[in-house]
Ligand binder design. Structure first.
Ligand SMILES: Cc1cc2nc3c(=O)[nH]c(=O)nc-3n(C[C@H](O)[C@H](O)[C@H](O)COP(=O)(O)O)c2cc1C
Length: 210
């Protein structure tokens, strides 16, 4: 027990439960909504200005040595047919052949690197992808990271000057997705039951190294 005034105040502050500030609450909502969608409303066409706004978050993201090696190729509905045959969605649910016919995404962002991919480029890539997906969710859209794609074919289809590292699909997601809490040793595989896509997430207590 501290016997000085400041010490007592500090003890009191440290023992208080964390307040749910408005900004935290809204970040929590965005994070919760930011689930990976593998089915989209085909009648909704993402616009060029929407992809531009999503790409714009990269003017505010951190980058190792501030190198900023990433470049972004927006793809709208008129070019989506050049991407769709070269991606694989839902590798853990091969029988479903996702995306289902008529539910394919019609917009993408191809993330490229101007330098050979290395540890720091990959960290930049993760920050960039998650920031763009959160921006999409804030705009009422959804998305998914796609690492399983034919790099050579995508580079060729779009005559890209740089190596593509990751794709984002963007659109209006139609799936019902819920997260479920699991232990670190439990099965991490996502699954579907009664029309709901379940994503197991390791609980906080088991994320923290004690
Ligand atoms: C780097 C990265 C690559 C991914 N690649 C694919 C992919 O090729 N195909 C796919 O269906 N999902 C892909 N995903 C989505 C993951 O499967 C998804 O994040 C995971 O199942 C957890 O679901 P959640 O994003 O809703 O939390 C990828 C995710 C990340 C972060």
């Amino acid at each position: 027990m501290a016997d000085d005034y400041l010490g007592r105040k500090m003890e009191e502050y440290m023992s208080r439960p964390a307040k749910q500030h408005r900004s935290n609450a809204s970040l929590a909502r965005l994070l919760a909504k930011n689930r990976s969608h593998r089915g989209y409303d085909a009648s909704f066409k993402v616009r060029a200005d929407q992809l531009r706004r999503i790409i714009e978050v990269n003017t505010l993201t951190p980058s190792a040595c501030n190198r900023q090696p990433l470049r972004f190729r927006p793809v709208l509905a008129d070019e989506a047919h050049k991407v769709l045959p070269h991606i694989r969605l839902g590798g853990a649910l091969p029988d479903l052949h996702l995306p289902q016919k008529g539910c394919e995404p019609n917009a993408f962002i191809i993330i490229c690197s101007t330098v050979p991919e290395d540890h720091y480029v990959d960290i930049d890539l993760g920050i960039s992808a998650q920031s763009m997906l959160l921006q999409a969710v804030e705009m009422g859209l959804n998305g998914i990271c796609i690492g399983a794609f034919d790099h050579a074919r995508i580079r060729e289809e779009f005559a890209l000057p740089y190596e593509p590292c990751l794709l984002l699909a963007i659109g209006r997601g139609t799936e019902v997705i819920r997260t479920i809490e699991i232990g670190a040793e439990d099965d991490h595989t996502y699954f579907r039951k009664d029309g709901v896509h379940y994503v197991p997430k390791v609980r906080t207590d088991e994320l923290i190294i004690k």
